[in-house]
Design a binder for this molecule. Structure first.
Ligand SMILES: [Zn+2]
Length: 280
């Protein structure tokens, strides 16, 4: 009896020590989402996430029918650049200047009937042509592109890799796995979906989707696009229906909740819209 008790005690102590080590590491590895301030677990250096994802992005583009020099392709590029520029100006003016090196924006349109768009870390954004009848105009595109830019700015991919690492490796992270590229690569491969040609990445969690919606509204407003158009846009998206896996609606079982949240965030977004100096 005594031996077993001792063993249990020792096991408990080891577990406790490991827990404390992981906790200490996690506290060190905390980042926070710009503007919203939510604390997040970021275990992988930004540069490593960018390297991991860039290859996947290039492979995707290599095999995808990229649309170039059409009015639609130019519109995607123009709206995307305007939002990226507004976000960068905001970063420069609000103490996030050191983050700018993590972004090298690209906005591509691909020929596909799918109602989809996605963003890889560093701001590599792809819009599918099937989305255009629903976005309809520059405001509609700004909602989608603001949402995708937000995933990049909020480092949702890094956070997801970090969460997977913490789940899979737990205590080993405290033992120095953090510097182990192989582990990050293995998980990066999972998160960025090596081998899958559409979708490219696993769907984000619902929390990340809501956050991208909220930040996206603010980013489009900063760029001078009217965030109030988002309510009609998401209503059109809901009518287009289908939870068939597009990035921007994949983890939202209830469109009404999404639209309600967007309405809730509207007063905040409108402050940025007014700040953008748009006459309305
Ligand atoms: Zn999303």
């Amino acid at each position: 009896m005594t031996t077993i008790k001792l063993k249990k005690q020792t096991y408990k102590t080891i577990k406790y020590t490991l827990f404390i080590s992981v906790l200490a590491l996690i506290l060190q590895a905390c980042g926070s989402v710009p503007i919203l301030g939510r604390k997040q677990l970021l275990l992988v250096p930004d540069q490593e996430v960018l390297t991991l994802s860039l290859q996947q992005y290039q492979d995707f583009l290599h095999g995808a029918p990229v649309v170039k020099n059409t009015p639609h392709a130019r519109q995607v590029e123009t709206v995307g650049r305007r939002i990226a520029a507004a976000v960068e100006t905001f970063f420069r003016n609000n103490g996030y200047e050191s983050e700018l090196k993590n972004f090298s924006w690209e906005f591509n349109l691909v020929k596909s009937g799918d109602v989809n768009a996605f963003c890889m870390p560093g701001g590599k954004i792809v819009v599918y042509e099937g989305l255009l009848p629903i976005t309809r105009d520059e405001n509609g595109l700004a909602i989608v592109l603001g949402h995708e830019v937000a995933h990049a700015v909020a480092k949702h991919a890094n956070e997801r890799i970090s969460q997977q690492m913490a789940l899979q490796y737990g205590g080993q992270i405290a033992g120095g796995l953090l510097g182990n590229n192989a582990a990050a690569q293995q998980i990066g491969g999972m998160v960025f979906g090596i081998g899958s040609q559409l979708g490219v990445m696993l769907p984000y969690s619902r929390k990340h989707e809501y956050e991208a919606d909220e930040l996206g509204l603010i980013f489009m407003a900063m760029a001078g696009y009217d965030p109030r158009t988002a309510v009609d846009f998401w209503t059109r998206m809901a009518q287009a229906g289908g939870n068939s896996g597009p990035e921007i609606m994949s983890t939202h079982p209830n469109d009404q909740n999404r639209i309600a949240k967007i309405k809730e965030h509207m007063p905040e977004a409108l402050k940025y819209y007014e700040g953008a100096g748009v006459q309305n």
